[in-house]
Design a protein. Structure first.
Length: 409
């Protein structure tokens, strides 16, 4: 259809109507009129916006009444907007094409990957990438449980130590998480696509590399899941929306490429509310594992639910306005919503070019730091991704922090 909510908002504001609710109500009334018109849908005829519709919309939105002159201005503006969008729609610009501007909220700082820097040495030993094999883990030797499933709720750092000491294998860990995903998906509805074949191949490769002493770091061999707005070559990228169930792309998203390079194992693509809105997608509503009668919140619904249910070690979500923090809060996970521009969004569905952010959902703040270390920094494609250092003050003196609160009387 050729209706456009943004055009409605623009046309209404030109007439001095600043209510954000009115254009949405008017849009809905026009869409309903279009659907009800005989043969309109087949011929894609444009809806006629009438003064009566404006009166109905103003009553529902609680604004107005409007003068005849205001109605005339809105109707003229809506027609102008409609006509101006037609040539743009005819171009069929894909979602991946950025608009003709770049938003840089960060200063002109540079990244810091210097192993001789103070920031580098403040990080835990397992954050550092070891370029010279064979790798020999330091610290106390960990002990693996009798059953691999006892590690379902382990942190990334705990799993990393077990893998580095060769107490467990990535293949066994991956199979365990795949089994749990299959077992609990019917109740929680968090999986859109299992990437089982890809995952088992990655896990086998990780085991071979670790056995040869070529340890890549704390994410090597760790199973994870991607919110299904991230492109993964060879698999659908559905955006959670009906009509896009078979959509696919020919290149992995930058975040997927970086986690592949870190040796992480992608086991599934997780649900998101349709077009990154809420927790309801074309397969149903994703549930909170601790209260399945409750939705997991959105829009990183599946990522948070799967992590909370012990079905994956970590996941990647996205946030425009609350889509990492809200499901993490609902499901009891630790989510990191990065500053805009920290993580490149190349290969991710765009909801808002000046607000979208990609970030980790895991079981601890430490895990989020490990994941961020692997995915942040510019890629030369997302021009909003800044070259800025990621420093985690792991040894921060908590006694130096003051916390204030307001007591209610």
């Amino acid at each position: 259809m050729t209706l456009d909510r943004r055009g409605f908002l623009t046309a209404c504001s030109r007439a001095g109507i600043t209510s954000a609710l009115l254009p949405g109500v008017l849009y809905t009334l026009a869409a309903q009129a279009l659907e009800a018109a005989p043969g309109a849908a087949e011929h894609k005829e444009l809806p006629k916006i009438t003064p009566e519709m404006l009166d109905q919309a103003s009553a529902l939105a609680g604004v107005g009444p409007f003068t005849a002159e205001q109605k005339k201005m809105m109707l003229e503006g809506l027609n102008d907007q409609r006509d101006s969008y037609e040539p743009i729609r005819a171009l069929k610009i894909p979602n991946s094409v950025a608009p003709a501007f770049v938003f840089h909220p960060l200063g002109a700082e540079t990244g810091n990957h210097d192993p001789n820097s103070e920031a580098w040495h403040r990080m835990p030993r397992f954050v550092r990438t070891l370029d010279t094999p064979p790798y020999k883990p330091d610290g106390d030797e960990p002990h693996a449980p009798t059953r691999i499933e006892d590690l379902a709720f382990a942190t990334v750092s705990q799993l990393a130590d077990l893998l580095a000491w060769r107490k467990i294998t990535s293949t066994a860990l991956t199979k365990m998480y795949l089994d749990r995903l299959k077992r609990y998906d019917s109740k929680l509805h968090f999986v859109i696509t299992l990437t089982e074949e890809r995952a088992l191949a990655q896990a086998k490769k990780a085991d071979e590399e670790i056995a040869a002493g070529k340890y890549l770091g704390p994410l090597h061999g760790i199973p994870w899941g991607a919110k299904d707005l991230l492109a993964v070559k060879g698999y659908p990228t559905t955006w959670g929306a009906g009509g896009f169930e078979h959509q696919s792309f020919d290149e992995d998203a930058t975040v997927v490429q970086r986690l592949d390079a870190a040796g992480a194992v992608l086991v599934a693509k997780f649900s998101l509310g349709a077009l990154a809105m809420g927790d309801k997608w074309f397969g149903g509503r994703t549930r909170n594992p601790w209260n399945p009668a409750q939705g997991s919140s959105g829009s990183s619904a599946g990522s948070a639910s799967a992590v909370a249910a012990g079905c994956v070690a970590f996941a990647i979500g996205s946030e425009t306005l609350g889509s990492i923090s809200s499901p993490s809060t609902r499901c009891g996970c630790t989510g990191l919503r990065p500053t805009f521009g920290m993580v490149p969004r190349t290969g991710a569905m765009a909801l808002s070019w000046t607000m979208d952010k990609l970030g980790p959902i895991s079981r601890s703040a430490e895990d989020c730091a490990l994941i961020m270390e692997a995915i942040y920094g510019p890629d030369g494609k997302d021009l909003s991704a800044a070259n800025r250092a990621f420093d985690w003050p792991v040894y921060l003196d908590l006694t130096a922090i003051r916390i204030g609160y307001q007591e209610r009387v």
